[in-house]
Ligand binder design. Structure first.
Ligand code: ATP
Ligand code: MG
Length: 429
């Protein structure tokens, strides 16, 4: 078989370039420079993780991470633009310019061999700063496809975990005992869904089997980490698939309990899926996406429910939406800690929905100038597309209105005023 022709020595398989297919020109030049500099200083250094996996799968890597036997302080001594970060994992960031950096991690060993590696009572790893060998570093990684090392000097890929075979067969497999690995870090369950959806890999049966029964372990994870992970999941370009898989493995309710409760409602279900299809399309075309819109979509049904309650108690429309937003966001941040800059934008998207009903010249023109008009309009048309209390004509009116020049806009709202008058007269007679 293709992948079994390689020499095997102490669990290590060296895969030559002719087999793994990675060519140096596919690697970011800054990563190559960094690898060479570390090698010249006498350290071992490899490209590792997502970059090797993606290149072997014929995909474009998102980032180029490096693993080395140099300690963080030694890396810092070698690169003047290096900053050391991290409490849980001490990492070196090497900057090229103000914003672009490469992450260089020292090989880590198993956490139970030293007092520096600490686990909580439930088996979670809370500190993991134990240095180790390359082989140990391979085994502490999550999935076999994420544990491959590319050696720039020889051009070989170093494989301790049969990751290349899994890449070849399209299998996502946890390294080690799945239950133990999920207990150490329950976020690995979410990572399994993300990689399977994003890369089109099949989760191995042993890796998928414990997920449902262990899903509630996510409750022990800090909401800030779950927020980051949620964004990676839903902004991966495969959000529709991600949602379907998160639901299948009972993980979705751990991130979005209020949304999960509403998925049985066909209009809301269509609303969420259409929004995620649009998000995937935007990401695939390189357009920007904001977490505020994602959360506005996910929490919309709960917000409407509480707004209706507030309206029934006699609150005016805008205030009812603010009250509802406060209730829903307060509940949601217990699961995923959404930074305030996003919650305030989601709030605006919701409360601005009521302004689309006013099509008189003064209010319509003012609304167009609102900094959140575009996001609110996208949300409004999304509602129209699934029949969520908005008609497609209403959405079309605002689409046309934006495209008109000044005279055209005036004509449109005057025409609207005329129509309203005629309707009122008709009702009276
Ligand atoms: P992406 O393309 O999304 O960046 P990635 O595989 O590079 O995918 P990262 O989160 O950047 O993912 O992590 C880099 C590498 O660190 C992974 O490939 C994996 O080897 C290791 N890693 C990350 N998170 C974990 C974890 N929770 N448990 C074990 N290993 C992990
Ligand atoms: Mg990465």
């Amino acid at each position: 078989m293709f992948w079994s022709r390689r020499k095997k020595k102490s669990g290590l398989q060296r895969i030559p370039a002719a087999e793994h297919g990675i060519i140096p020109s596919q690697i970011c030049s800054k990563a190559k420079e960094t690898l060479q500099r570390l090698n010249q200083a006498g350290y071992e250094a490899y490209l590792v993780g997502g970059a090797v996996r993606d290149l072997m799968l014929g995909k474009t890597p998102k980032d180029f991470d490096i693993a080395t036997n140099a300690k963080p302080e030694e890396v810092k001594r070698l690169f003047s633009s290096c900053r050391l970060i991290g409490r849980r994992f001490r990492l070196a960031h090497i900057y090229f310019g103000r914003f672009f950096f490469l992450e260089v991690a020292t090989f880590r060993g198993p956490h139970h061999t030293s007092s520096q590696g600490t686990t909580a009572d439930d088996g979670r790893i809370i500190h993991d700063n134990v240095y180790g060998t390359i082989e140990e570093d391979a085994f502490r990684r999550d999935f076999t496809v994420n544990a491959l090392f590319y050696d720039l000097e020889s051009g070989d890929v170093l494989d301790y975990v049969d990751g290349a075979k899994d890449i070849h067969s399209g299998t996502l497999r946890l390294i080690g005992d799945p239950e133990q690995r999920y207990r150490e870090d329950p976020v690995r369950m979410l990572r399994a869904i993300r990689f399977a959806s994003k890369l089109g890999l099949e989760i191995h049966k042993d890796t998928k089997q414990p997920i449902r029964k262990m899903a509630d372990l996510l409750d022990n994870i800090a909401p800030a980490r779950l927020f980051d992970e949620t964004l990676k999941l839903f902004h991966s370009g495969k959000a529709v698939k991600v949602l379907q898989q998160l639901c299948e493995y009972h993980l979705f309710s751990r991130l979005f309990p209020m949304t999960d409760e509403g998925l049985h409602d066909p209009i809301f279900n269509a609303f969420i899926n259409t929004a995620l299809e649009n998000t995937d399309r935007r990401i695939q075309s390189g357009l920007s996406v904001t977490p505020a819109f994602l959360y506005a979509v996910m929490l919309w049904r709960a917000v409407k429910y509480h707004a209706d309650n507030a309206l029934a108690q006699g609150y005016p429309m805008m205030q009812a939406y603010h009250i509802a937003a406060s209730i829903v966001l307060k509940e949601q941040v217990q699961y995923t800690a959404i930074p305030r800059r996003f919650t305030s934008m989601s709030r605006e998207i919701w409360s601005l929905q009521s302004r689309f009903q006013y099509k008189d010249c003064r209010r319509a023109m003012n609304f167009l100038g609102h900094p959140r008009f575009r996001a609110a309009y996208d949300f409004y048309c999304l509602r129209a597309s699934v029949g969520d209390g908005v008609t497609t004509e209403d959405c079309q009116w605002w689409t046309d209105f934006q495209e008109q020049d000044e005279d055209g806009k005036l004509a449109m709202c005057r025409q609207h005023k005329g129509k309203r008058r005629r309707r009122r007269r008709k009702r009276k007679s």
